[in-house]
Design a protein around this ligand. Structure first.
Ligand code: NAG
Ligand code: NAG
Ligand code: NAG
Ligand code: NAG
Ligand code: NAG
Ligand code: NAG
Length: 559
């Protein structure tokens, strides 16, 4: 099915090597030779003349303008040119900004068209007969960690696009999730309104159609139909895809056994196996669906002081640690990003962190070359600051969320997503958490003008070397952006890295340097997916798994 892929070739040509100890060296070397790729990343690193590569341009500019502060290739490369890649290597090869730009605009129009057809204002006006046949998808979240909860809603939105259904934003006791801080677009429905219209149009009485919601729980691999069923054929008025806390669940449809589902998924998420041309799907969904509430916007405008939008956002998730190496790596990454702007005026940098002491200690250093913008909530006297009791950090989450009141995270989010050119994610441990991913995706969508002349946005990950002693192995949380690269193809003992990062976190292992960790191999097995140590997937196995499996149907009747 995907025989042109590197990993596909390697497995089918060289079965006997699978047991050999020198497996990575041998296979990678052979494949690079076969595919005519540069056989040595070291060469690529040293080269400053590869003008033809669209995704090399930005990188090259970085290297030319500011020689890497990090001694290039790690010793692993010297000994063993193509057995593994550094994070920067993965980023340089993986993501083409030009393709991202075109694909994201395409997806923006796709989403606009979708909500034009399925948006609330048109669907409300349907005739009773049409309305009672219409389908909906539920996007429901609670008020736990913002990144995970937002992904639940965005997964619902993505599914509504794939299935050509309207989107309901679930409420709890009449309140939207984070409703005091986030406004949801009027293209969406509430359940209350859908029930009202269902009664008004007599769907049960006249058409015998009950308001039934089918629930599919992604977190129960034995129950979910994500890979095996054709959801476009489901007749239930409402579908709720539950437990979708990151960018992965919606992308599982890329591997669904029904071509119709795969096509719908790749319309939104890009072609399978082509990591370099994937659209900023979640960013574009956020752009149409959410905006800051008036109170939050007031605070954002207060920080920006009527000035222009910031150029760069630096987000540091430090979990109350004060790792000096994390700060140093982030400062170097920030310097490179500033250099790349080629800007004559002093750049504006938004600094966002869960750890207040960090802001104090980084501020003087950044101020040497940029203007720092930071939301100090204690100085802000707006409507929202009277609100300190709501969503207050409880002690047990302080380490996770930081000691500031919860609403500050929303001001920070909307402030950070105003960055025009770059978002940098740094961390004490996990880089590119869901919160950082959403900031980058939203900022990229905000900065992508329909008339802008070309790509100009980048998402960078800053890693200090001690995080990379075992390669990316420590970045294993399922929703973290580098998770799919964390297996054996990630070099050990890397130097500090400042790497291009995908705006749409990959859910599969289709790219050149992607490889899974053992834990994910086991987890995927529970979904019926046989995944090798190189990240190849036996698609025939998924098919036969699905052939043996019955659709699991779980429904509740609402009316
Ligand atoms: C989507 O649904 C609308 C009606 O709600 C229909 O007119 C249109 O053809 C459908 N599009 C696709 C691609 O199924
Ligand atoms: C929905 O919101 C948009 C933008 O906020 C506004 O222009 C439009 O008039 C609204 N539509 C309805 C039906 O309220
Ligand atoms: C920060 O991390 C270091 C290294 O893991 C650890 O030794 C130290 O105790 C941590 N400090 C705090 C305040 O958590
Ligand atoms: C910030 O600047 C101070 C003073 O020059 C220096 O001591 C400190 O190491 C710098 N911090 C980092 C993270 O580089
Ligand atoms: C703040 O609250 C006051 C009183 O409720 C209201 O008049 C004002 O419009 C609010 N300001 C914003 C920015 O929402
Ligand atoms: C883009 O350009 C077209 C034609 O020049 C113009 O009509 C449109 O308003 C512009 N859109 C934006 C978002 O600036």
């Amino acid at each position: 099915m995907r025989s042109s892929r590197r990993k596909g070739i390697s497995i089918s040509l060289l079965p006997s090597f699978l047991l050999a100890t020198a497996i990575f060296t041998a296979i990678s070397f052979l494949i690079f030779t076969l595919r005519g790729l540069p056989s040595s990343p070291a060469l690529h690193f040293a080269s400053t003349t590869s003008h033809s590569q669209p995704n090399g341009v930005l990188v090259q500019a970085t290297h030319k303008a500011a020689p890497s502060p990090f001694p290039p290739p790690s010793s692993d490369f010297d000994k063993n040119p193509s057995s593994c890649a550094t994070v920067e290597e993965m980023g340089e090869r993986g993501f083409s900004m030009t393709a991202l730009f075109k694909e994201s605009l395409r997806v923006r129009f796709l989403i606009q068209r979708h909500f034009h057809i399925n948006g609330a204002s048109r669907v409300r006006a349907l005739s009773p007969e049409q309305f009672c046949r219409h389908g909906f998808v539920m996007g429901k979240a609670s008020e736990a960690g913002f990144g995970n909860e937002m992904y639940k809603i965005l997964t619902g939105a993505a599914l509504s696009v794939m299935l050509n259904r309207s989107l309901i934003i679930g409420q709890t006791r009449g309140n939207y999730p984070f409703g005091e801080y986030i406004s949801y677009s009027n293209v969406t429905f509430t359940m209350k309104e859908v029930k009202h219209l269902w009664r008004k149009n007599g769907c049960v009485k006249k058409y015998g159609r009950h308001l039934v919601m089918r629930i599919d729980n992604f977190e129960e691999p034995a129950q979910t139909n994500v890979l095996c069923s054709n959801w476009r054929k489901w007749k239930h008025p409402i579908i709720w895809f539950q437990g979708t806390t990151d960018a992965m669940a919606a992308q599982f449809f890329l591997k669904n056994v029904h071509p119709e589902m795969r096509i719908a998924a790749s319309d939104l998420f890009g072609r399978i196996g082509s990591l370099s041309s994937r659209p900023n799907a979640f960013g574009e969904l956020m752009k149409i669906l959410i905006s800051p509430s008036e109170d939050v916007e007031e605070a954002v405008n207060w920080v920006l002081g009527g000035g222009v939008d910031p150029d760069i956002t630096l987000h540091m998730r430090m979990l109350m640690n004060r790792s000096v190496r994390a700060l140093q790596a982030a400062l170097n990454c920030l310097r490179r990003a500033v250099h790349k702007l080629h800007q004559t005026s002093r750049p504006r940098v938004v600094l966002v962190s869960d750890t207040p002491s960090l802001v104090k200690s980084l501020l003087p250093n950044i101020s040497e070359f940029a203007e720092v913008v930071h939301f100090d909530y204690k100085d802000f006297k707006g409507n929202i600051s009277r609100d300190n009791n709501r969503l207050q950090s409880s002690d047990f989450r302080v380490k996770d969320w930081g000691p500031a009141p919860r609403w500050v995270a929303f001001v920070d989010f909307f402030l950070a997503s105003r960055a025009k050119h770059t978002v940098i994610s740094g961390a004490y441990r996990r880089v590119g958490t869901t919160y950082a991913q959403l900031i980058a995706a939203f900022a990229a969508a905000n900065s992508l003008g329909e008339n802008s002349s070309g790509p100009s946005f980048s998402f960078l990950s800053s890693f200090q070397s001690n995080l990379l002693r075992e390669g990316l192995r420590m970045q294993v949380g399922w929703g973290h952006v580098w998770n799919r690269f964390a297996g054996p193809l990630s070099c050990r003992n890397q130097h500090d890295q400042c790497a291009f990062t995908p705006l749409l976190p990959p859910a599969w292992w289709d790219g050149l340097w992607q490889s899974p960790i053992d834990r994910d191999i086991r987890r995927l097995a529970a979904y019926g997916v046989q995944l090798s140590g190189f990240g190849t997937i036996d698609e025939n196995a998924i098919q036969s798994f699905c052939d043996l499996r019955r659709d699991k149907v779980r429904t509740i009747i609402l009316l």
